[in-house]
Design a protein. Sequence first.
Length: 82
Amino acid sequence: MVGQAPERQCFEFAVQEMGLGWVNWRSLRTSHAVWLKLAGAYVKDAQGQLRHSRASTTLDIYQQFVPESQRRVLERLTNLVQ
C-alpha cells in the first residue's frame, strides 16, 4: 500500500477488515461508473467523477453493458415515435 492515495489505502484496509477479498479498487470504480449510467448521468459527468482525462476511458473500460439500461432506451425511443 506504500505510495497509494489515502482513499485507496482506507478502502483496501476496510475490504480486508470485512473479509471481502473479491472486492478491489477496480470493481468499486466499475460499479460506480455503471451506477452513474443507470442513474442517467451523462458520460462527461461520469468522466469527471472518475477523473478520467478522456470520456472514451470511461465508456470503453468502466461503463459496462447493462440490459436494464438498454430496455429503458428502447422504451424512450418507442415513446418518441408514438
